[in-house]
Design a protein around this ligand. Structure first.
Ligand code: PBG
Length: 323
């Protein structure tokens, strides 16, 4: 029995969200799902600016990482200004602070990376862009992938929200940029996708494409209200992916890819850890048959251990001790 099944539904639910267009789309998506499910409940959005949104001149890994985007939202959950916070799961730290819980994982949007091209280069791919073409990416994982597989390209950092990044591309600062397909699709920008990079070419980041809903851990009423939005296959996949990252220290300074997908009843997890310059790459993969959450987590730890056994911690240490 679910002990919270009999809890009265809250009459009002406030969703804390960052104010970027993507974050707002995601909050409005959850708002629409909740309104459809609970017509009597008043569902509102509280928009907030986070430190991560304010600092735009340095790459994320240098300014403190994922926590920057969630802390202000957690403060709103803690003091009751909001009841739930919607996050791109990719941006949620591997271990939440005491008192908070990831209550819900929603079904996954396309997890792949997408190549977006400057209008002068439409029709090209990473392989056919001219030598020296500037390719922008905000992630060390994507940077490592391009450097290893396409050494003819000039990879440069790219920060800012989706609109900012696309603006820099269109102004000619980059010949191409790599973004998550999920964000582009959510914002109705599917037409800008020049090429989708399959998992063989660009293995996604842990959690990419999935939405997670965070609550104050004590709010069993909110947890119960969110239950219908939960997607178990996605939760098991991202549990495995996040376990890999957690075991390697959970830092976004590390170019880690981890992606789990379902093949009938088997959950297959692939992971890749690289130096940003593409000079060293270790890969591992394993699978579990009909795992529960604990087994999905164990799958992630097994794959992380396989990366460690191949010298993965040397890569982590080389990247995390410099600043
Ligand atoms: N780090 C920013 C971020 N967080 C989530 C997404 C995309 C949406 C998703 O993965 O659910 C993006 C943009 C990007 O990587 O291009």
């Amino acid at each position: 029995m679910n002990p919270s099944a009999d809890l009265p539904l809250p009459t009002r639910l406030v969703i804390a969200s960052r104010e970027s267009r993507l974050a707002m789309w995601q909050a409005e998506h959850v708002q629409a799902c909740l309104r459809a499910r609970y017509p009597q409940c008043q569902v509102e959005i509280l928009g907030m600016t986070t430190r991560g949104d304010q600092i735009l001149d340095r790459t994320l890994s240098k300014v403190g990482g994922k926590g920057l985007f969630v802390k202000e939202l957690e403060n709103a959950l803690a003091d009751g200004r909001a009841d739930l916070a919607v996050h791109s799961l990719k941006d949620v730290p591997m271990t939440l602070p005491e008192g908070f819980a990831l209550a819900t994982v929603m079904s996954r949007e396309d997890p792949r990376d997408a190549l977006v091209l400057h209008p002068d280069h439409l029709g090209r791919t990473l392989a056919t862009l001219p030598a020296g073409a500037v390719v922008g990416t905000a992630s060390l994982r994507r940077e490592a992938m391009v450097r290893a597989a396409f050494p003819h390209l000039d990879v440069r950092p790219l920060r800012g929200n989706l609109d900012t990044r696309l603006g820099k591309l269109d102004r000619g600062e980059y010949q191409a940029i790599i973004l998550a397909a999920a964000g582009l699709k959510r914002l109705g920008l599917t037409a800008r996708i020049g090429a989708l990079l399959d998992a063989e070419q660009s293995l996604p980041a842990p959690g990419q494409g999935a939405l997670g809903i965070e609550i104050a851990a004590a709010r069993d009423d909110v947890r119960a209200a969110l239950a219908p939005l939960h997607d178990s296959p996605t939760e098991l996949a991202v549990t495995a992916e996040r376990a890999v990252s957690r075991m390697l220290g959970g830092s976004c300074e590390v170019p880690l890819a981890a992606y789990a997908d379902w093949h009938d009843e088997r959950l297959r997890l692939r992971a890749r850890l690289s130096m940003p310059d593409g000079s060293r790459i270790v890969v591992a993969q394993d699978e579990a048959v009909r795992p529960d959450c604990a087994a999905a987590d164990a799958l992630g730890r097994t794959v992380a251990q396989a990366l460690i056994d191949q010298g993965g911690m040397d890569i982590v240490a080389a990247l995390t001790t410099t600043h």
